[in-house]
Write a protein that binds this ligand. Structure first.
Ligand code: GLN
Length: 488
């Protein structure tokens, strides 16, 4: 077997029909990861030989007529911020370079129980802080459509693993867009579920009130299948919702008649949006309308404050979460230190990269006495207003359609000296995290040889409706079938 792997549903059908074994599939996935995946910088570590052994076990189960789930025997990749007992999880950071977890993440346990075969851990921005997958001690991830450009971030490796046909589906995390934006840049589907839908137990924390785990795939149906496996209550995550895993796959057949798609007036402004993005997204909205949806202009009046509120809240939470890396309990410890304070200083200075340090400094500042009210409290108030904007909008529409990112994938290195510019690229994605909403990015065309993504948002817990609209769109369009050139 060579060439890109098929979609999850194609591979499952082939396994069910006995045309393919999981062992052959996993071998092909590992080979492609070691060749194309390596040239794209997509992986931090491959789980070889573990994945091969697990594939053999999956084949044996299947021969005995015991198939655990639609993911049984399917190769999958996970972002390197999800822990597994006995394995190193680095978060692409020097501070965790040798960190071996004593326990497994809830999502990893669920994937194991479903028989999914984790072939590798994907590259990312350090601690998931970034939008380009360049801030990694393992080097930058490259976009398979054009290797001089970024695949987006922070879950760049997971998006690339699917886009390059190394795995049919993968897992990422999304705090302010880290699943949706790389999905958009790489031409795949990326789903961020409702906050609390998927357990954060064992996800290395960035900003806990915003972090959520989700999936990449080539179709809405494939990410729905993964969501059904990974979602559901977990008492070990205090913000985990009590609702059971949502039945999404069966909702995908619904057509669009009667569905109202809201277009937020504030998102479709000239300022800052690339004309190619506007054209592709407008065309996608017209296709939704042609397929029977009603298009309605809605208003999200506080949108202009979202990026500022996000970068205050996310950095505040990050500065608190990352206080645990003190050189004592886990991770990198500086040697030859003079006293305890020197140990903290040097371990953290040596262990964290520049972008992470920038955020710790910013977050510490906004939480400090005298600034707390002016920045942190204000940002929390804006968060409430944003939530209310969405509540109001969803009283008149089913889903909201926006671009996922304002621009096409930019060149590697282009934003290295301009963090503010990088942050502003998150303008369409951060609101869903601040409001806790589910969101998905789906491919809606190519411009300048690289993909453009359409973002759809829904009210909390409405993943079935959200993916139903995405699936209906994909029945009308072929954009998600486009593949990057093989030689990238
Ligand atoms: N780009 C955003 C940030 O850097 C989002 C990252 C994420 O979702 N993990 O904070």
């Amino acid at each position: 077997m060579s060439g890109p792997l098929g979609t999850l549903s194609e591979l499952r059908d082939a396994l069910d029909a006995g045309e393919l074994t999981s062992s052959a599939l996993v071998a092909a996935s590992l080979e492609r990861a070691a060749t194309l995946g390596a040239s794209l910088g997509a992986f931090i570590r491959l789980r070889e030989p573990e994945a091969r052994a697990e594939a053999e076990a999956a084949d044996a189960r299947r021969r005995a007529g015991r198939v655990l789930s639609p993911l049984d025997g399917i190769p999958i990749a996970i972002k390197d911020n999800l822990v597994r007992a006995g394995e190193v999880t680095t978060c692409a950071s020097r501070i965790l370079e040798d960190f071996v977890s004593p326990y497994s993440a809830g999502v990893v346990e669920r994937l194991d129980a479903a028989g999914a075969i984790v072939v590798g851990r994907t590259n990312m921005d350090e601690f998931a802080m970034g939008s380009s997958s360049e801030h990694s001690i393992f080097g930058a991830v490259r976009n398979p459509w054009d290797s001089t450009r970024t695949p987006g971030g922070s879950s760049g490796g997971s998006a690339v693993a699917v886009a390059a046909g190394i795995v049919p589906v993968s897992i990422g995390s999304d705090t302010g867009g880290s699943i949706r934006q790389p999905a958009s840049f790489c031409g795949v589907v990326g789903l961020k579920p409702t906050y609390g839908r998927v357990s954060r137990w064992g996800l290395v924390a960035y900003a806990s009130s915003l972090d959520q785990i989700g999936a990449f795939g080539r179709s809405a149906a494939d990410v729905a299948t993964v969501l059904e496996v990974i979602a559901g209550h977990d008492p070990r995550d205090s913000t985990s919702l009590p609702e059971p895993s949502p039945p999404c796959v069966e909702a995908l057949e619904a057509d669009l008649s009667g569905r109202v798609v809201g277009l937020p007036r504030e998102y479709f402004v000239e300022d800052g949006m690339a004309p190619e993005v506007r054209t592709a997204v407008r065309a996608a909205v017209a296709e939704l309308e042609a397929a029977g949806a009603k298009i309605l202009e809605v208003s999200l009046p506080h949108s202009e404050f979202a990026v500022a509120a996000y970068y205050l809240i996310a950095t505040a939470e990050a500065s608190s979460n990352l206080a645990r890396y003190d050189g004592v309990r886990y991770g990198h410890r500086a040697s030859g230190v003079s006293d305890l304070s020197d140990l903290y200083d040097r371990s953290r200075s040596e262990g964290f990269g520049d972008e992470v340090k920038r955020r710790i400094v910013l977050g510490t500042y906004v939480l400090s006495a005298g600034y707390y009210d002016a920045y942190y409290r204000k940002a929390q108030q804006v968060r409430t207003l944003l939530r209310r904007d969405f509540d109001r909008a969803f009283s008149s529409c089913d889903v909201i359609a926006t671009p996922t990112a304002p621009e096409l994938p930019f060149r590697l290195g282009e934003r290295a000296a301009d963090p503010l510019r990088m942050y502003l690229g998150d303008v369409y994605t951060v609101s869903a995290n601040l409001a806790g909403l589910p969101g998905v990015s789906i491919p809606c065309g190519l411009a300048d040889g690289v993909p453009v993504g359409l973002q759809l948002l829904a009210a909390p817990l409405e993943e079935a409706k959200l993916l139903g609209v995405a699936a209906a769109y994909q029945r009308q369009s072929d954009h998600h079938r486009a593949r990057p050139p093989e030689e990238a």
